[in-house]
Design a protein around this ligand. Structure first.
Ligand code: NFS
Ligand code: SF4
Length: 654
């Protein structure tokens, strides 16, 4: 394999990350002469034209580069304007992101179908209650029927998510009526995911759709086909097959690795392989095999999104988020890292080879040069998992590397869902979103924010996530989290009821009464759909307007990097949510397309985009939006009164 070229620029490791464990491993990597993304990012100068999406390579007359400082001075050789170019670029980003989540969702559906048809026997239906509830919500008859018959109908219905060429995608029925009407009026109700992604690609070919006002419709439709499509299928069916999470205590950060155990990390996005690994590591045969080599046992640990899912469902420990995946190998303690699809850095292969770790790819859709490929098939999971364990155990037996495991470890409550929020706030007998709405209306909770998404080595790892969430809860904003952001806050200790003390007086009171953290972790990135369903439930519970766009809520991906993040951002915007991206946004401020995204869409009745770099600045934008929505709902005054009352009471008590 070609060696990583050495880098020329370096800054102190502590400037690259606020995660202590990752920092120690970055320092060790440098000593060991190993280069990881956190250092490569310092050395890489991003293209100033590309960073603002001012170039096009959709045909070979170009690539055409426009001047981001004077974007209307030139057009592409075909005559494409800067607005067309930026819209087409965003369209293709969103198409890729939506394709990724829909590909994931299709695989989950295929597994579900295999179970229903009894062709797959290693997995089963775990949550029959959720199955019936979901089927019922889609209009499938569940009365006095065999569970497998209901499941079969659900399969057929959900298949339309991907294969429809017209009509409306099944899960769009779960959106509030006014939101769905808004989509209908705008001509953006998604039909089938394959249709939307294909049309997005076709419309962005040279010489096709060249009006950004028309392109944005397909961009939204393709994004909605992700949020209300493949991602939602993935989450809902994963819950049905592997169990709907409920709050569970789990450990996070590199300290979860154990020197005296065989350490196996699973890093990726599809839960089936991870579930298969979990079954295999509990097999007495392998536990004995590990002991025969002198290990105390086998330690299965997750990373990134499937890690977040396994942590939520089963309390499997989690070693860290996207920016820590190379760093964790530097410990020398990882006997095997098993990966599947998405967000797997190719750089892992080089780092793994330096530390004698087995890097094993398992998906037919994602090989990595230099890694060992052991394909995972749902029909026979053990064929893959057993080979992985055999390799890991043998590597433990012949460990030659010095091992250094950072001590950092943090306990937190994981595994919240929209179902659990309903139950937790509403109580066993009257599970409902009304108490949440009441607390919003009376001002104890100012609003709700979704803080989600990646880490990006362009900025100090976890810094923007943590500082932003701190500021939001301080201002009585309840925070919902997923993905790598949730891991950042877990590491920082915010997913504990004790963190309620860091919240503003209103939110702190609610947290104390209910016994919940001010920051609720909902799982992986596809689980962002839990936020969509929670928002829809809030609308239905009443008192906060008719559509998602009316709610005092806002979203943010503070350290985003992936095309999936853009697809998610756009489906939140199209669903009515103000969505702020940290780091930057691939469009030039001051252009017409930028104005459409950051302003025009809201005027049309959707949400809108925002961007900011500093966490406090981002928090201010989100809170200002929440306050604007409170004003429009006529509940702004109540909050002022409530908080005065609170202070008065405290003064009296003190
Ligand atoms: Ni989401 Fe998960 Fe992390 Fe970002 Fe990647 S792992 S799907 S894309 S980096 S949150
Ligand atoms: Fe240039 Fe137009 Fe070709 Fe894009 S499509 S590369 S703007 S000529």
């Amino acid at each position: 394999m070609p060696k990583d070229r050495s880098i020329t620029k370096q800054v102190p490791a502590s400037e690259r990350t606020t995660c202590e464990a990752t920092c120690q491993m970055l320092e060790k990597a440098r000593k060991d002469g190993v280069v990881i993304a956190l250092d490569r990012a310092t050395d890489m100068k991003p293209c100033p034209i590309g960073v603002e999406s001012a170039c096009c390579k959709h045909c070979y007359m170009g690539p055409c580069r426009l001047n981001p400082r004077d974007p209307y001075k030139k057009v592409g050789i075909c005559g494409a304007t800067i607005d067309t170019i930026m819209a087409r670029n965003l369209g293709r980003n969103v198409a890729t992101g939506s394709a990724s989540h829909n590909d994931h969702g299709m695989h989950i559906l295929k597994l579900f179908k295999g179970i229903v048809e009894k062709k797959i026997t290693d997995f089963t239906i775990d949550d029959t209650l959720k199955l019936e509830r979901l089927a019922g919500s889609l209009g499938i008859d569940t009365q006095d029927r065999e569970i497998y018959d209901v499941a079969k109908d659900l399969c057929d219905e959900l298949e339309k998510t991907f294969s429809n060429v017209d009509g409306e995608m099944p899960f769009t029925r779960l959106a509030p009526e006014a939101t769905l009407e808004q989509w209908r009026k705008g001509g953006i109700v998604p039909r089938g995911a394959m249709k939307e992604v294909m049309e997005m690609m076709s419309r962005t070919h040279i010489g096709c759709d060249q009006d950004y006002n028309n392109l944005i419709k397909q961009i939204s439709r393709t994004a909605l086909a992700d949020g209300w499509g493949g991602s939602m299928v993935a989450t809902e069916l994963s819950d049905i097959m592997f169990g709907t999470p409920s709050p569970i205590l789990a450990e996070v950060n590199m300290g979860v690795l154990k020197e005296d155990h065989v350490n196996v990390i699973v890093h990726g996005h599809e839960p089936a392989m991870f579930e298969g690994m979990l079954a295999a590591v509990n097999d007495p045969f392998f536990i004995q095999a590990a002991k025969d080599k002198g290990a105390a046992g086998i330690n299965l640990v997750g990373m990134c999104c499937s890690g977040a899912e396994m942590m939520s469902r089963h309390g499997v420990p989690h070693a860290g988020n996207f920016s820590s995946t190379e760093a964790v190998l530097v410990t020398g303690a990882v006997d095997a890292m098993v990966v599947d699809i998405q967000c797997i850095k190719q750089g892992l292969a080089q780092v793994a080879s330096c530390y004698d770790t087995h890097l094993i790819t398992t998906s037919d859709r994602a090989h990595i040069e230099g890694a060992t490929h052991i394909e995972f098939a749902e029909e026979d999971p053990r064929a893959c998992t057993d080979q992985v364990l055999t390799k890991a155990i043998s590597r433990f037996g012949s460990r030659s590397m010095p091992i250094q495991i950072p001590k950092q470890i943090q306990k937190g409550v994981q595994g919240f869902t929209h179902e659990y929020i309903e139950y937790m706030l509403g109580g066993t007998f009257r599970g409902s979103y009304s108490p949440l709405n009441e607390n919003i209306i009376n001002g104890r909770i100012r609003g709700v924010a979704g803080v989600v998404g990646c880490t990006n080595p362009k900025v100090q790892q976890d810094y923007v996530h943590v500082e932003l969430v701190k500021e939001l809860i301080r201002n009585d904003v309840l925070v919902l989290q997923t993905g790598c952001s949730q891991i950042a806050l877990s590491k920082a200790g915010f997913l504990t009821p004790e963190a309620g003390a860091l919240a503003g007086p209103g939110l702190a009171e609610v947290c104390e009464t209910v016994g919940m953290p001010p920051v609720l972790g909902l799982g992986s990135c596809v689980d962002n759909t839990r936020i969509l369903i929670a928002a829809s439930a809030m609308v239905r519970a009443g008192g906060l307007g008719n559509s998602i766009a009316d709610l005092p809520v806002a979203g943010c991906a503070p350290e985003w990097m992936s095309e999936k993040a853009l697809a998610i951002g756009q489906y939140f915007v199209a669903s009515g949510v103000y969505t702020v991206f940290g780091i930057g946004f691939p469009a030039i401020a001051g252009t017409r397309f930028h104005d459409l995204l950051f302003n025009g869409l809201e005027q049309q009745g959707y949400g809108k985009w925002g961007t900011g770099k500093d966490p406090i600045e981002i928090a201010k934008l989100m809170i200002a939006h929440i306050d604007k929505k409170r004003r429009q709902l006529g509940i702004d005054k109540v909050r002022e009164r409530t908080l005065v009352d609170m202070n008065d009471r405290r003064a009296i008590a003190g």
